[in-house]
Ligand binder design. Structure first.
Ligand code: GUN
Length: 291
C-alpha cells in the first residue's frame, strides 16, 4: 500500500467535537438546535441510519425528534406531519429518510419541507441555490467528501475531477461543489464510454455508483485522490465502489470503506442542523461547516 489513508472517521469525530462546542455556546444563549428525523416503513438499512442519527444528535447536545410512520401511511398524513414540523420553532432541521414507500411522490414530499429546514439539501430551491452559487443547504455526503478533499489537497483549483454517478443525493451535488472550488469536472455514469480511460485522467476521482469494487486499480491515475462513497453489503462485509486493495497501490490518497466518507455524512447532517439554527436566529454561519 502506497496511498495515504484519508481517515474520515477521525475527521468526523473532530467535526462533531467542533459542532458540540458551537451547540454548547448556543445553548448558553437559550437556543437548542433541534433535528427531526422522519422514517416511513421498516427498511432495515434506514432503521440503522435513523438510530445512529438520533444518537449522534443527542451526543452533540442537540434535541432529536424521531417520527416513525407505518409503511401504508397515506402521503397526506406525511405531508401534514412535515407541515407541523415546518411550523415548530423547536425544530431547526427536518430529514425525511429515503427511500420512501412506492405510493409516495418523493419529490413532492421533499419539496414540502421548508427550504431553511431542509438539512439534506434536497429541496429544489436548495438545489438551485447551490447550482447558482447562492447560500443554501448542501447535501451531507458531498459536503463531507468536499471537506476531506480540501483537508488533504488544500486547493482543488484547476484539478481534473471525475465523479462517477449522477444521483441527486451524491453525484450531481458533488459535481457542483467541485466546480465551485474551480475543479474541472466530468460526471460519468452507466452510459459513459471508455470509463477506465476517463478515470485515468482524473486527479480527483469520486466513486458513487453503488456497485462493489466497480472501479479497478488500473483506472486510477498514479498519485490521484480517490473518494469512495460506496457502502455495499456483500458476503465479505461492507465494501466500497473501489477495489481498495488494488487502488491503494496506485493512488496518492484514498478513503477506506468503512471509516471514510460514511462517518462524514451524519457529522455533516449535524453541521447543517447547526447552520440552519444559526440562520433561523439571525446569527452568522458557524465557521468551517459550510462550503
Ligand atoms: N437515504 C440514503 N441517503 C440518504 C440521505 O442522505 N438522506 C436521506 N434523507 N435519506 C437517505
Amino acid at each position: 500500500m502506497t496511498a495515504t489513508l484519508i481517515d474520515g472517521k477521525a475527521f468526523a469525530a473532530g467535526l462533531r467535537e467542533r459542532i458540540a462546542g458551537h451547540t454548547a455556546a448556543m445553548k448558553e444563549r437559550g437556543i437548542t438546535p433541534g433535528l427531526a428525523v422522519v422514517l416511513v416503513g421498516e427498511d432495515p438499512a434506514s432503521q440503522v441510519y435513523v438510530r445512529s442519527k438520533g444518537k449522534q444528535t443527542r451526543e452533540t447536545g442537540m434535541n432529536s425528534f424521531e417520527h416513525r410512520l407505518p409503511t401504508d401511511t397515506p402521503e397526506a398524513e406525511l405531508l401534514a406531519l412535515i407541515e407541523q414540523l415546518n411550523e415548530d420553532p423547536s425544530v431547526n432541521g427536518i430529514l425525511v429518510q429515503l427511500p420512501l414507500p412506492g405510493h409516495m411522490d418523493e419529490a413532492a414530499v421533499i419539496n414540502a419541507i421548508r427550504p431553511e429546514k431542509d438539512v439534506d439539501g434536497f429541496h429544489i430551491l436548495n438545489v438551485g441555490r447551490l447550482a447558482t452559487g447562492q447560500k443554501s443547504m448542501v447535501p451531507c455526503t458531498p459536503l463531507g467528501s468536499l471537506m476531506l478533499l480540501r483537508d488533504h489537497l488544500g486547493s482543488l483549483s484547476g484539478k481534473s475531477a471525475v465523479v462517477i454517478g449522477r444521483s441527486n443525493i451524491v453525484g450531481k451535488p458533488m459535481a457542483q461543489l467541485l466546480l465551485r472550488d474551480s475543479a474541472t469536472v466530468t460526471i460519468a455514469h452507466s452510459r459513459t464510454q471508455n470509463l477506465p480511460d476517463l478515470c485515468r485522467g482524473a486527479d480527483i476521482l469520486v466513486a458513487a455508483v453503488g456497485r462493489p469494487h466497480f472501479v479497478k486499480g488500473d483506472w486510477i491515475k498514479p498519485g490521484a485522490t480517490v473518494i469512495d462513497v460506496g457502502i455495499n453489503r456483500t458476503d465479505d462485509g461492507l465494501v466500497g465502489d473501489v477495489d481498495f486493495a488494488a487502488a491503494s497501490q496506485v493512488a496518492g490518497a484514498i478513503t477506506p470503506v468503512p471509516g471514510g466518507v460514511g462517518p462524514m455524512t451524519i457529522a455533516c447532517l449535524l453541521a447543517n442542523t447547526l447552520t440552519a439554527t444559526a440562520r433561523a436566529n439571525g446569527l452568522p454561519d458557524p465557521e468551517g461547516l459550510t462550503p
